[in-house]
Write a protein that binds this ligand. Structure first.
Ligand SMILES: [Zn+2]
Length: 326
Protein backbone atom coordinates (compact mmCIF):
# COMPACT_ATOMS: atom_id res chain seq x y z
CA UNK A 1 0.00 0.00 0.00
CA UNK A 2 1.12 3.52 -0.69
CA UNK A 3 1.01 6.15 2.07
CA UNK A 4 -2.22 8.16 2.44
CA UNK A 5 -0.53 11.38 1.25
CA UNK A 6 0.62 9.81 -2.03
CA UNK A 7 -2.71 9.28 -3.79
CA UNK A 8 -2.27 12.14 -6.22
CA UNK A 9 1.07 10.81 -7.49
CA UNK A 10 -0.33 7.29 -7.78
CA UNK A 11 -3.31 8.47 -9.81
CA UNK A 12 -1.12 10.60 -12.05
CA UNK A 13 1.00 7.56 -12.96
CA UNK A 14 -2.04 5.28 -13.27
CA UNK A 15 -3.59 7.74 -15.75
CA UNK A 16 -0.42 7.84 -17.82
CA UNK A 17 -0.25 4.04 -17.87
CA UNK A 18 -3.85 3.80 -19.03
CA UNK A 19 -3.17 6.28 -21.81
CA UNK A 20 0.02 4.41 -22.67
CA UNK A 21 2.16 7.50 -22.24
CA UNK A 22 4.15 6.66 -19.13
CA UNK A 23 7.75 7.82 -19.60
CA UNK A 24 10.56 5.22 -19.63
CA UNK A 25 12.38 7.07 -16.88
CA UNK A 26 10.87 8.76 -13.83
CA UNK A 27 12.57 10.92 -11.24
CA UNK A 28 10.88 10.86 -7.85
CA UNK A 29 11.95 13.97 -6.00
CA UNK A 30 10.98 15.74 -2.79
CA UNK A 31 12.00 15.99 0.85
CA UNK A 32 13.49 12.98 2.65
CA UNK A 33 11.02 11.04 4.76
CA UNK A 34 8.01 11.46 2.49
CA UNK A 35 8.05 7.83 1.32
CA UNK A 36 9.48 8.14 -2.21
CA UNK A 37 11.44 4.87 -2.02
CA UNK A 38 8.43 3.01 -0.69
CA UNK A 39 6.29 4.43 -3.49
CA UNK A 40 8.91 3.45 -6.11
CA UNK A 41 8.94 -0.12 -4.82
CA UNK A 42 5.13 -0.25 -4.74
CA UNK A 43 5.06 0.98 -8.32
CA UNK A 44 7.62 -1.62 -9.40
CA UNK A 45 5.56 -4.38 -7.75
CA UNK A 46 2.42 -3.08 -9.42
CA UNK A 47 4.06 -2.98 -12.88
CA UNK A 48 5.21 -6.59 -12.51
CA UNK A 49 2.14 -8.01 -10.75
CA UNK A 50 0.07 -10.57 -12.73
CA UNK A 51 -3.27 -9.54 -11.21
CA UNK A 52 -3.16 -6.02 -9.76
CA UNK A 53 -6.22 -4.59 -7.99
CA UNK A 54 -8.45 -2.03 -9.75
CA UNK A 55 -6.50 0.73 -7.98
CA UNK A 56 -3.39 -0.62 -9.69
CA UNK A 57 -1.83 -1.80 -6.40
CA UNK A 58 0.00 -5.16 -6.59
CA UNK A 59 -1.93 -8.22 -5.38
CA UNK A 60 0.88 -9.40 -3.10
CA UNK A 61 0.08 -13.06 -3.84
CA UNK A 62 0.98 -13.91 -7.42
CA UNK A 63 4.24 -15.46 -8.55
CA UNK A 64 5.66 -12.08 -9.57
CA UNK A 65 4.79 -10.49 -6.23
CA UNK A 66 6.42 -13.39 -4.38
CA UNK A 67 9.59 -13.13 -6.44
CA UNK A 68 9.83 -9.37 -5.93
CA UNK A 69 9.39 -9.89 -2.18
CA UNK A 70 12.15 -12.50 -2.18
CA UNK A 71 14.40 -10.16 -4.17
CA UNK A 72 14.73 -12.71 -6.99
CA UNK A 73 12.42 -11.39 -9.72
CA UNK A 74 14.46 -11.64 -12.96
CA UNK A 75 12.84 -8.50 -14.42
CA UNK A 76 13.36 -6.28 -11.37
CA UNK A 77 16.48 -4.57 -10.10
CA UNK A 78 16.68 -2.50 -6.91
CA UNK A 79 19.85 -0.47 -6.47
CA UNK A 80 20.85 1.38 -3.33
CA UNK A 81 24.05 3.00 -2.14
CA UNK A 82 26.40 0.70 -0.25
CA UNK A 83 29.59 1.29 1.78
CA UNK A 84 32.99 0.63 0.16
CA UNK A 85 34.01 -3.05 0.22
CA UNK A 86 35.87 -3.93 3.45
CA UNK A 87 34.86 -0.65 5.11
CA UNK A 88 34.88 -0.83 8.93
CA UNK A 89 33.90 2.82 9.46
CA UNK A 90 30.82 3.54 11.57
CA UNK A 91 30.16 6.45 9.19
CA UNK A 92 31.07 5.03 5.76
CA UNK A 93 30.59 7.09 2.61
CA UNK A 94 27.89 5.32 0.60
CA UNK A 95 27.68 5.15 -3.18
CA UNK A 96 25.89 3.29 -6.00
CA UNK A 97 28.35 0.74 -7.37
CA UNK A 98 29.20 0.57 -11.06
CA UNK A 99 28.89 -3.24 -11.02
CA UNK A 100 25.31 -3.01 -9.80
CA UNK A 101 24.52 -0.52 -12.57
CA UNK A 102 26.07 -2.82 -15.21
CA UNK A 103 23.91 -5.66 -13.99
CA UNK A 104 20.90 -3.36 -14.20
CA UNK A 105 21.69 -2.30 -17.80
CA UNK A 106 21.93 -5.94 -18.75
CA UNK A 107 18.61 -6.81 -17.10
CA UNK A 108 16.87 -3.88 -18.82
CA UNK A 109 18.27 -4.70 -22.25
CA UNK A 110 17.47 -8.41 -22.25
CA UNK A 111 14.07 -9.83 -23.12
CA UNK A 112 11.65 -9.91 -20.21
CA UNK A 113 11.59 -13.35 -18.64
CA UNK A 114 7.95 -13.00 -17.66
CA UNK A 115 6.78 -11.38 -20.88
CA UNK A 116 5.93 -8.10 -19.21
CA UNK A 117 7.73 -5.01 -18.00
CA UNK A 118 11.32 -4.81 -16.83
CA UNK A 119 11.70 -2.38 -13.95
CA UNK A 120 14.67 -0.89 -12.12
CA UNK A 121 14.64 1.44 -9.12
CA UNK A 122 17.72 3.42 -8.09
CA UNK A 123 17.34 4.72 -4.54
CA UNK A 124 19.34 7.83 -3.53
CA UNK A 125 20.32 8.17 -7.18
CA UNK A 126 22.32 11.32 -6.39
CA UNK A 127 24.86 9.01 -4.72
CA UNK A 128 25.99 7.79 -8.13
CA UNK A 129 29.60 8.60 -8.99
CA UNK A 130 29.94 10.87 -12.06
CA UNK A 131 31.31 8.02 -14.16
CA UNK A 132 28.29 5.88 -13.32
CA UNK A 133 25.91 8.73 -14.05
CA UNK A 134 27.44 9.10 -17.52
CA UNK A 135 26.97 5.45 -18.29
CA UNK A 136 23.32 5.80 -17.27
CA UNK A 137 22.74 8.30 -20.05
CA UNK A 138 22.86 5.64 -22.74
CA UNK A 139 20.06 3.69 -21.07
CA UNK A 140 18.02 6.87 -20.80
CA UNK A 141 18.57 7.74 -24.45
CA UNK A 142 17.84 4.30 -25.86
CA UNK A 143 15.31 2.70 -23.54
CA UNK A 144 14.26 -0.83 -24.41
CA UNK A 145 10.60 -1.64 -25.00
CA UNK A 146 8.45 -1.99 -21.88
CA UNK A 147 11.13 -0.83 -19.49
CA UNK A 148 10.74 1.52 -16.56
CA UNK A 149 13.62 3.12 -14.71
CA UNK A 150 12.81 5.03 -11.52
CA UNK A 151 15.40 7.34 -9.97
CA UNK A 152 14.67 8.40 -6.39
CA UNK A 153 16.37 11.43 -4.89
CA UNK A 154 15.91 13.90 -2.04
CA UNK A 155 18.72 16.00 -3.59
CA UNK A 156 17.91 15.97 -7.32
CA UNK A 157 20.02 19.09 -7.96
CA UNK A 158 23.06 16.88 -7.29
CA UNK A 159 22.21 14.78 -10.34
CA UNK A 160 23.72 15.89 -13.66
CA UNK A 161 21.25 18.03 -15.60
CA UNK A 162 21.72 15.69 -18.58
CA UNK A 163 20.09 12.95 -16.50
CA UNK A 164 17.39 15.07 -14.89
CA UNK A 165 16.28 16.42 -18.26
CA UNK A 166 15.71 12.91 -19.60
CA UNK A 167 13.40 11.86 -16.78
CA UNK A 168 9.80 12.73 -16.11
CA UNK A 169 9.73 14.37 -12.71
CA UNK A 170 7.20 13.27 -10.09
CA UNK A 171 7.19 15.49 -7.01
CA UNK A 172 6.46 14.41 -3.44
CA UNK A 173 5.68 16.78 -0.57
CA UNK A 174 5.29 16.57 3.18
CA UNK A 175 1.62 16.04 4.06
CA UNK A 176 -0.58 18.34 6.13
CA UNK A 177 0.38 18.13 9.80
CA UNK A 178 -2.96 16.51 10.70
CA UNK A 179 -2.43 13.73 8.13
CA UNK A 180 1.09 13.10 9.45
CA UNK A 181 -0.04 13.01 13.09
CA UNK A 182 -2.90 10.63 12.26
CA UNK A 183 -0.62 8.28 10.30
CA UNK A 184 2.02 8.31 13.04
CA UNK A 185 -0.66 7.53 15.62
CA UNK A 186 -1.90 4.61 13.54
CA UNK A 187 1.70 3.39 13.25
CA UNK A 188 1.92 3.32 17.05
CA UNK A 189 4.13 6.40 17.37
CA UNK A 190 3.04 8.86 20.04
CA UNK A 191 4.46 12.17 21.35
CA UNK A 192 5.20 13.22 17.82
CA UNK A 193 5.26 17.02 18.11
CA UNK A 194 9.01 17.39 18.65
CA UNK A 195 9.76 14.60 16.19
CA UNK A 196 7.62 16.19 13.46
CA UNK A 197 9.23 19.58 14.06
CA UNK A 198 12.74 18.12 13.78
CA UNK A 199 11.65 16.21 10.66
CA UNK A 200 10.22 19.37 9.07
CA UNK A 201 6.89 17.57 8.75
CA UNK A 202 8.18 14.43 7.01
CA UNK A 203 6.30 11.50 8.62
CA UNK A 204 8.84 8.73 7.97
CA UNK A 205 11.70 10.84 9.33
CA UNK A 206 9.62 11.61 12.41
CA UNK A 207 8.95 7.89 12.98
CA UNK A 208 12.60 7.06 12.41
CA UNK A 209 13.55 9.75 14.91
CA UNK A 210 11.24 8.43 17.66
CA UNK A 211 12.26 4.81 17.07
CA UNK A 212 16.00 5.17 16.52
CA UNK A 213 17.46 8.61 17.02
CA UNK A 214 15.92 10.34 20.03
CA UNK A 215 18.85 9.37 22.27
CA UNK A 216 21.36 10.65 19.75
CA UNK A 217 19.72 14.03 19.60
CA UNK A 218 19.54 14.08 23.39
CA UNK A 219 23.31 13.70 23.50
CA UNK A 220 23.78 16.43 20.92
CA UNK A 221 21.55 18.79 22.93
CA UNK A 222 23.55 17.94 26.04
CA UNK A 223 26.76 18.82 24.22
CA UNK A 224 25.27 22.05 22.88
CA UNK A 225 24.20 23.13 26.37
CA UNK A 226 27.38 21.92 28.11
CA UNK A 227 28.98 25.35 28.42
CA UNK A 228 25.90 26.78 30.16
CA UNK A 229 26.35 24.08 32.82
CA UNK A 230 30.01 25.02 33.19
CA UNK A 231 31.12 21.81 31.43
CA UNK A 232 33.58 21.50 28.55
CA UNK A 233 31.54 20.70 25.45
CA UNK A 234 34.57 19.22 23.69
CA UNK A 235 34.37 16.07 25.84
CA UNK A 236 31.31 15.04 23.79
CA UNK A 237 33.17 15.08 20.47
CA UNK A 238 34.27 11.46 20.59
CA UNK A 239 30.74 10.13 21.15
CA UNK A 240 29.21 12.41 18.53
CA UNK A 241 31.82 11.25 16.00
CA UNK A 242 30.44 7.72 16.24
CA UNK A 243 26.87 8.71 15.43
CA UNK A 244 25.29 9.19 12.00
CA UNK A 245 26.87 12.36 10.63
CA UNK A 246 23.96 13.29 8.35
CA UNK A 247 21.40 13.36 11.15
CA UNK A 248 23.57 15.20 13.64
CA UNK A 249 24.64 17.89 11.19
CA UNK A 250 21.04 18.46 10.11
CA UNK A 251 19.93 18.87 13.73
CA UNK A 252 22.87 21.15 14.40
CA UNK A 253 21.97 23.27 11.38
CA UNK A 254 18.41 23.63 12.70
CA UNK A 255 19.78 24.57 16.12
CA UNK A 256 21.95 27.32 14.65
CA UNK A 257 19.08 28.42 12.35
CA UNK A 258 16.89 28.75 15.45
CA UNK A 259 19.53 30.98 17.05
CA UNK A 260 19.54 33.08 13.87
CA UNK A 261 15.73 33.35 13.98
CA UNK A 262 15.75 34.49 17.59
CA UNK A 263 18.43 37.08 16.81
CA UNK A 264 16.63 38.49 13.78
CA UNK A 265 12.92 38.00 14.64
CA UNK A 266 13.02 38.22 18.44
CA UNK A 267 11.43 35.94 21.01
CA UNK A 268 8.22 35.43 19.00
CA UNK A 269 10.15 33.48 16.34
CA UNK A 270 8.88 30.03 15.44
CA UNK A 271 11.54 27.42 16.24
CA UNK A 272 12.34 23.92 15.02
CA UNK A 273 13.80 23.05 18.43
CA UNK A 274 10.73 24.32 20.24
CA UNK A 275 11.47 21.97 23.16
CA UNK A 276 14.78 23.81 23.65
CA UNK A 277 13.39 27.35 23.46
CA UNK A 278 14.65 28.44 26.90
CA UNK A 279 18.20 27.25 26.27
CA UNK A 280 18.20 28.82 22.81
CA UNK A 281 16.88 32.15 24.08
CA UNK A 282 19.55 32.25 26.77
CA UNK A 283 22.22 31.53 24.18
CA UNK A 284 20.83 34.07 21.72
CA UNK A 285 20.94 36.82 24.32
CA UNK A 286 24.73 36.84 24.20
CA UNK A 287 25.35 35.56 20.65
CA UNK A 288 26.97 37.49 17.80
CA UNK A 289 24.77 37.49 14.68
CA UNK A 290 27.73 37.45 12.27
CA UNK A 291 29.27 34.43 13.99
CA UNK A 292 25.94 32.59 14.04
CA UNK A 293 25.44 33.04 10.29
CA UNK A 294 29.08 32.15 9.63
CA UNK A 295 28.66 28.90 11.52
CA UNK A 296 25.39 28.24 9.68
CA UNK A 297 27.23 28.45 6.34
CA UNK A 298 30.00 26.20 7.64
CA UNK A 299 27.54 23.47 8.73
CA UNK A 300 25.65 23.75 5.45
CA UNK A 301 28.90 23.18 3.55
CA UNK A 302 29.63 20.12 5.71
CA UNK A 303 26.20 18.67 4.95
CA UNK A 304 26.76 19.15 1.23
CA UNK A 305 30.14 17.41 1.55
CA UNK A 306 28.48 14.20 2.73
CA UNK A 307 30.28 12.19 0.06
CA UNK A 308 33.69 13.12 1.45
CA UNK A 309 35.32 11.15 4.27
CA UNK A 310 36.32 13.45 7.15
CA UNK A 311 37.99 13.04 10.51
CA UNK A 312 34.77 13.25 12.50
CA UNK A 313 36.28 13.67 15.94
CA UNK A 314 38.22 16.70 14.73
CA UNK A 315 35.12 17.99 12.96
CA UNK A 316 33.03 17.81 16.13
CA UNK A 317 35.76 19.33 18.30
CA UNK A 318 35.93 22.30 15.92
CA UNK A 319 32.16 22.70 15.73
CA UNK A 320 31.68 22.53 19.51
CA UNK A 321 34.44 25.10 20.07
CA UNK A 322 32.88 27.40 17.45
CA UNK A 323 29.49 27.01 19.12
CA UNK A 324 30.91 27.91 22.52
CA UNK A 325 32.33 31.07 20.99
CA UNK A 326 29.32 32.53 19.27
ZN1 LIG B 1 0.75 -9.81 -7.76
Amino acid sequence: MIYPWQNQQWQQIARQRQQDRLAHALLFQGPAGTGKKHFANELARAMLCKQPADSGIACGQCESCNLVRAGTHPDFRLLKPTPPAKSTSSNPVLSIKIDALRDMYKALSETSQFGGYRVAVIEDADKMPAQAANSLLKTLEEPGRDTLLVLVSSHPHRLPVTIRSRCQSIRFQVPEAATAVEWLGESGVSNVQTALKLAHGAPLLARDYVEHHAEQRELLVKALNASSRGEASIQYAQKLAQMPREYLLTWLLDWVSDLGRLLTCGSGAELVNEDQRKALEARASSADTGKVFGLHDQINALIKAEGIALNLQLLWENLLISLDNI
